[in-house]
Design a protein around this ligand. Structure first.
Ligand code: DAK
Length: 274
């Protein structure tokens, strides 16, 4: 459920497990279950889905979203293992659908979402980060798909998005072994785009990036995300058609006319998001 101020609350409406704060042009979505290292219980997935739906329905003047985990030890340490213990195969499949729906909603949101990782991003936590547009991380962060240790395989998109992010061979090695990457290796293999000394620097850096994005036409940023997400993993011919459609749609926007006119008139553009 979501309260008036956009705070998603847990069962009974008393315990917030996902918080949404709007600060100027930046939204911060915090997964707040630090005692369980922010593990993705069904309640957290519901709350995340509600917050993403709210941002989709009313993006206002937002230029970007930061997704963070509370507590300073973990972004998200995976799907909630205790919630999975007694599931039947069909219930397991429903859990996978639940997680996939949240990932798809993040990808469909026409705003960039930055996963801000400070600590563990394991299993469903890494999969959640991979559904974001890019990952920033602190020195204290660790990444992995440890599902095989539990007799499971990735179920929230890890077999799909991890190979796209780091290449199929490394993705296989990580999924088969369950070994963790430190931030050095995560940056080297392209999983993490920027590293920061600590959480404060991480959040400041991510906010700066949202500010940079916010100087641009939000229509163009949203179209670019639509094409990038839609084209991922598709054959070149399909991806090319998606790009042509997106390019066509850019010509439908006032922002494109304004951006081009401003360049030709040697002035700063005044984008309106239309
Ligand atoms: N679920 C539930 N609780 C968790 C948890 C998790 N994934 N990870 C940690 N916790 C809880 C611990 O149980 C502990 O709770 P208390 O005992 O204090 O009540 C608390 O968080 C602190 O954890 P530790 O005491 O273990 O802390 P350490 O610093 O010693 O170790 C750790 C940190 C992250 C290395 C360790 O907690 C750990 O290994 N956690 C599990 C990591 C993991 O295996 N994650 C992947 C989960 S599997 C599916 C779709 C998707 C998925 C599955 C199914 N369907 C299609 C059905 C995805 C699966 C996964 O993500």
């Amino acid at each position: 459920m979501t309260s008036d101020d956009g705070t998603a609350t847990g069962e009974g409406g008393t315990a917030p497990v996902v918080r949404l704060e709007r600060d100027g042009r930046t939204a911060v979505v915090t997964i707040d279950r630090p005692k369980a290292l922010n593990a993705l219980s069904p309640e957290v997935l519901d709350a995340l889905a509600e917050v993403i739906a709210e941002l989709t329905a009313d993006p206002g003047e937002l230029a970007g979203v930061l997704l963070v985990g509370a507590g300073g030890r973990a972004f998200v340490a995976g799907a909630d293992i205790s919630a999975m213990a007694g599931l039947t195969p069909d219930e397991g499949a429903q859990t996978a659908e639940h997680g996939h729906a949240v990932a798809a909603a993040i990808e469909a949101l026409p705003l960039p979402v930055i996963a801000c990782v400070d600590g563990y991003a394991l299993g469903g936590g890494l999969e959640l980060a991979l559904a974001c547009d890019f990952i920033y991380a602190t020195e204290a962060s660790r990444f992995g798909q440890p599902e095989v240790h539990l007799g499971l395989i990735p179920g929230f998109g890890g077999t799909v998005r991890l190979p796209r992010a780091v290449g199929p061979a490394l993705a296989k090695e990580l999924i088969y072994t369950g070994r963790q990457l430190d931030v050095d290796e995560a940056v080297r293999v392209g999983l993490v785009t920027r590293r920061f000394d600590d959480r404060e620097a991480l959040l400041a850096g991510a906010r700066e990036t949202v500010q940079l994005i916010g100087r641009n036409a939000s229509t163009a940023v949203g179209l670019a995300k639509r094409v990038l997400v839609g084209a991922a993993g598709t054959p070149t011919a399909t991806a090319t058609l998606l790009e042509i459609e997106g390019f066509r749609d850019a010509f439908r926007t006032e922002d494109m006319r304004e951006g081009v006119a401003a360049f030709l008139e040697k002035r700063e553009p005044d984008f309106t998001g239309r």
